[in-house]
Each structure stands twice: as C-alpha cells, then as structure tokens.
Write a protein that binds this ligand. Sequence first.
Ligand SMILES: O=C[C@H](O)[C@H](O)[C@H](O)COP(=O)(O)O
Length: 227
Amino acid sequence: MKQEELKKLVGEKAVDWVHNDMIVGLGTGSTVKYMVTALAQKIKTEHLEITGVVTSARTAEQARSLGIRLKSVDEVDHIDLTIDGADEVSADYQGIKGGGAALLFEKIVATNSRKNIWIVDQSKLVKQLGAFPLPVEVIPYGSQQLLTRFAAKGFHPSFRLTSDGQKVKTDSDNFIIDLHLGEITAPAEMATYLKQQVGVVEQGLFLDTVNTVIAGFDDGPRVFEVR
Ligand SMILES: O=C[C@H](O)[C@H](O)[C@H](O)COP(=O)(O)O
C-alpha cells in the first residue's frame, strides 16, 4: 500500500476509540486530516455529541468546515482522548513530533488528555529516535544566539524555512529550529537540556506520552497498547 493509503487506514481506524459525549483532542498533520474527516462522518451517521479541542489553526479550519463543534483547551474541564500523528515512534514508544510545527499546542493538549493515541504509517516506526530532525520551538528574540549555541553543541541546527526562504512561524508566532542529530541516545537528558535554554518554548520529544499506537501496515492497521 502507498503511504497515503496507510495514513487513511489508521486515520479511519482511530475513530473506533471515540464514543458519545467525549471531548476529543484533534492533532495536526496529514494523517490526522483523514481522522478528522472520518470523525465528522461518524458524528453525523451515529448522531454523536462530540466536542473537539484543536492543536492548530489548520486543524481548526478543517474541523469547522466539517461541522465539528470546537472548544479551546481552556474552555474544557478535561479531554477524554487525543488522537494525533507523529514523525517518529521508537521501539520503546517515545516520539518525535512537530514536523508540522504544531508541537507546542499538541503537547499542551496531550498533557491534558486522559488518553493519547498516535496514528502513523509503518515508516514512522524506528528503533531509535533521531533520524527525523528534532523540532525546537523558540521565540524569535535571541533565536540566532540559540542556533549558535546548538551548533556549538554539535546538534547541526537549522531554522525551518518556508518554500520562499522565510523562517517558518508557528501558530504562536515563534520560530522552529530543527536539530539534525542522527540519533538520540538519551532522549530524557536531551529534553531537559533543551527546555532549560532561555528562549526555548518547547521541544519535539514527546516522552512517556502515548497510550496507544495505531500503525498502518500493508496487511492492515496494528494496535500497540503501550501504557
Ligand atoms: O507538528 C505536527 C505534528 O506533530 C504532526 O502530528 C506530525 O508532524 C506528523 O504529521 P504527518 O501525519 O503529516 O506525518
């Protein structure tokens, strides 16, 4: 199966976990897009009362266009379940997220969710994290200094750029520095180091976060219950 078909497969599978009256965190990305479409369909056909909590302007726009009722993360008293994509998932179910620059809102929503499901195609499953560049969201002020510091640490940083060469701006008007690490042997230490740097708003390691991974394989979706 093509990667796109695998994304659709897991996106559609994930809505099996959504039940009436739930408050559901809606992640961001090309895989989540299929899930949001499937969710809107399920809400209509099964007449469900669902409230969505979005993690990006992009997902908000799609969900609204499909008639999904939305509330902001600060308007709800809990989130039952969040369904999101991931850029890499390691053998011990740690993840890198933020390939779509939505890591900050995604982490806030994930942290406030009772359950987190990640939907990925099989290419995202890796032994060890780090082949995918680790996104770090930084405030613009002083960001060149951070880039220089990361370079000195051997992290091979680069500002994420748009197709016309502008620095990518997140939904919070911050920049993204991608770290080209190759491998991350000690993710917890890396996460702690990055969060301690002044000007870093969030980093893309999502550690001990996911409860269930739904991965798309050629022979169908496989469900990994993690914690
Ligand atoms: O910032 C974006 C998110 O972390 C996405 O969930 C992640 O990049 C995976 O996206 P996709 O499903 O498009 O590969």
